[in-house]
Design a binder for this molecule. Structure first.
Ligand code: ADP
Length: 580
């Protein structure tokens, strides 16, 4: 079943419902605006003969009437533009918000596969394009279509035969327009994909610029960029070329049509079927058709281009979502912090088991370490404990309750994670630790003290109000890690997941971080992906993981006595530590 927001994405116009009042008032303005056209055509029909006969006073009266009608029409147009602008523009804003919400729900491993530049492009350019098209549709396509109907209705009223001739030409125009529209859409889709590729590469390039420089790979990156730019230009050129062809072709058909109508009109006057005044009105009305037809042609192409954008936006919809909470989810009132993992098997989308019949017994208040070579499945266990993913087989029980029975938000309030690489949003230190949660100042300071961060924060020029720049570039790696610890302990989680940093900090920072961690671990269940010997030695239980299976478990003393993987890992680390 589609959720409300998905429905809205499928049916963009439902987003306009809250703006009913503006739409109705704008609609009335459109009717007034359109209704003026036939009146003006009728006035042209009497004006031209009056000019011909030199009846100046009559000419002035007709011109005066025309001025009044023009005034009414232009006022209605102003009303229409102003009244309809707001609802139309609010759509791209709503669209962006709906999509951003969706983004928050996409499974993390699927999200990682999407390039951030591509997503940014979809949420900015594509959403803007759709907003613009909706704006044009209500503010331009609709009045133009109505103008076409009203003026043509008036032309039929003036002379049916002449109108039949006109209408015979219309399908040719429509056919040409739609054929071109199709081609333009294909070209536009290709070119948008290319822009997206360009944005993706730019995103990667900005992130990886230090790496590129350190490998002196600037030339390689420039070449790659140049290739993308050329591909983009070619795709764009294709679209522009098609558009360039379209105007002369459609224009020529229009001119042929008008000249044919003039010829038939002359014949109709000759045969006495039409008088010259009606013919003047007819020609004036015919000229009034050119403008809406040309608007509709352009808008039709833009709509086609917009469809490509919409397709790309809706594609975000098809990305797999995180599993949702059960309707009658259970709750844990006083979490103890026990985690039991039973016969757990898990594979990502490729059906190869990353974890295989895994059993872990994580006792409350104890320190459990996961060790093992890279790729053994340690991070995957964390992602399952946080319910970012759901096991294919087996269960994870928190205080005896299956994680699938609990709300994801509750799980993530009981469990906090200190990741290997801390990422922060730009903002103040206080905002970074709070991370959207409410807490008293004393709780905030308490968390910072536990994390061994309070002292360094107080030494900063604005204390807790010091602004951390994007990606935390104005504070050190060790300080950033201590902020991550403070952020994790602020909600007083019962379970702490630690992914130990492998990149070495300098000895002093390392000691400060270690002190923060030790304090944060007190009184909590801690599961640590351990790389350091100290952590491992202190652990109450160590699970040695190999290829998604527990190959051994026990405490340090027990495991080191065996000739196993654990001893091998410790020896390797010792050798590394002993190396100067
Ligand atoms: P560790 O943390 O022990 O290094 P991981 O849990 O990160 O191991 O990875 C275990 C295995 O799962 C690896 O083979 C890795 O390539 C694979 N893997 C990790 N994340 C994904 C993902 N999002 N999609 C597919 N395979 C993945």
């Amino acid at each position: 079943m589609l959720s409300k927001s998905e429905d809205q994405l499928q049916n963009l116009f439902s987003l306009l419902v809250p703006h009913k009042k503006n739409l109705i008032a704008g609609g009335i303005c459109i009717f007034i605006y359109v209704g003026c056209w036939p009146i003006l055509a009728a006035l042209a029909g009497v004006l031209i003969p009056a000019i011909g006969t030199g009846d100046l006073s009559n000419v002035i009266i007709i011109i005066f009437k025309a001025l009044v009608i023009f005034l009414i029409q232009k006022t209605a147009q102003l009303g229409q533009d102003i009244l309809l602008a707001e609802p139309a523009l609010s759509i791209s804003q709503d669209l962006r918000q709906i999509l951003f919400k969706k983004l928050q729900k996409i499974k993390l491993d699927s999200l990682e596969k999407l390039s951030s530049g591509d997503i940014i492009y979809r949420l900015t350019e594509d959403a803007d394009r759709i907003g613009e098209i909706i704006y044009k549709t209500i503010q331009d396509t609709m009045p133009s279509s109505l103008q076409l109907i009203a003026v043509f209705g008036y032309m039929i009223y003036l002379d049916l035969y002449l109108s039949l001739a006109t209408i015979l030409l219309a399908p040719i125009v429509v056919f040409m327009v739609s054929k071109f529209g199709e081609k333009v859409m294909i070209a536009a889709e290709k070119s948008q994909k290319q822009v997206s590729g360009l944005a993706g590469l730019l995103g990667e390039a900005i992130q990886g610029l230090p790496l590129v420089r350190s490998f002196a790979a600037e030339d390689w990156l420039e070449k790659r960029f140049e290739k993308e730019v050329i591909l983009h230009r070619k795709a764009r050129y294709q679209t522009l070329k098609l558009l360039a062809y379209q105007h002369p072709v459609v224009g020529f058909i229009e001119a042929t049509g008008i000249l044919t109508v003039l010829a038939i009109g002359a014949a109709r006057i000759q045969s006495g079927g039409l008088n010259s005044s009606s013919f003047s009105s007819y020609v004036a009305a015919l000229l009034m058709l050119i403008d809406p037809i040309s608007h509709l042609t352009t808008n039709f192409n833009e709509i086609k281009q917009g469809q490509a954008s919409l397709k790309r936006l809706v594609a975000i919809d098809s990305e797999p979502r995180e599993s949702s909470d059960k309707i009658n989810a259970k709750s844990i009132n006083e979490p103890k912090g026990e985690l039991i993992i039973r016969d757990l098997s898990f594979s990502y989308d490729n059906n190869i088991n990353v974890l295989n019949k895994l059993n872990l017994n994580i006792q409350p208040g104890k320190l459990t370490a996961l060790v093992g070579p890279s790729g053994a499945g340690k991070s995957t266990i964390f992602s399952l404990i946080l319910r970012f993913n759901i096991p294919n087989k087996g269960d994870i029980l928190m205080d005896g309750i299956n994680l699938t029975q609990l709300k994801a938000k509750e799980i993530r309030s009981i469990i906090a994670i200190v990741p290997q690489r801390t990422s922060v949003f730009s903002g103040t230190i206080k905002e970074t630790i709070l991370f959207g949660r409410k807490a008293t100042n004393s709780d905030l300071i308490k968390s910072a003290k536990i994390a061994n961060a309070h002292d360094f924060i107080m030494k900063l020029p604005n204390g807790y109000n010091t602004i951390i720049e994007e990606r935390g570039t104005n504070i050190s790696g060790g300080q950033l890690q201590r902020l991550a610890i403070a952020r994790a302990v602020l909600g007083n989680p019962s379970i702490l997941l630690l992914d130990e940093a492998t990149s070495s900090l300098d000895a002093e920072s390392e000691e400060a971080v270690q002190k923060g961690l030790q304090q944060a671990m007190k009184g909590r269940t801690v599961v640590v992906i351990a790389h350091r010997l100290v952590t491992v030695q202190e652990a109450d239980m160590i699970y040695v993981l190999e290829k998604g299976e527990v190959s051994d478990h026990g405490n340090h003393d027990e495991l080191i006595r065996k000739e196993g993987k654990y001893r091998e890992l410790c020896e390797k680390q010792l050798i590394r530590q002993l190396k100067p």
